[in-house]
Write a protein that binds this ligand. Structure first.
Ligand code: 5GP
Ligand code: ZN
Length: 112
């Protein structure tokens, strides 16, 4: 069994509050939300981080980008949202299964 936390969430070995799922990706609520709405979008195929992405991942990375606006709209983020991909230790990445943070719901956010 994978030791990866998010692979365990995909496998339902660890429960999560899912908001969208299909055969390629899962979107669930962050357990420690930084904004009123804070979602995490992950690919079902394990990729460590954005630093490891190669041309072979172009399809799934592009697919996730096309799903972000749909998920954000369904979450009620009509006024806009922020997407963040923390990468590597210096980027503040804690879970090494690539994920897109989708943040919003608190009005206009200051940059950083
Ligand atoms: P990172 O710092 O790697 O970009 O973000 C990891 C995110 O995963 C953090 O915002 C953290 O709150 C969230 N997280 C960590 N463990 C869990 C968990 O077990 N369930 C959920 N839903 N989110 C988690
Ligand atoms: Zn994983």
């Amino acid at each position: 069994m994978s030791e990866c936390l998010f692979c365990k969430i995909i496998a339902d070995d660890i429960p999560s509050d899912k908001v969208y799922e299909d055969d390629k990706i899962l979107v669930f609520k962050d357990i420690s939300p930084k904004t009123p709405i804070h979602l995490l979008m992950i690919p079902k195929q394990h990729i460590d981080s954005l630093a490891e992405v190669t041309e072979q991942d172009a399809e799934i990375m592009g697919y996730m980008m096309t799903k972000v606006p749909q998920v954000a709209k369904e979450a009620g983020l009509e006024g806009g949202f922020r997407t963040v991909i923390n990468t590597g230790d210096d980027g503040g990445q804690e879970v090494y299964h690539i994920h897109i943070h989708i943040l919003g719901g608190a009005g206009r956010m200051p940059f950083v």
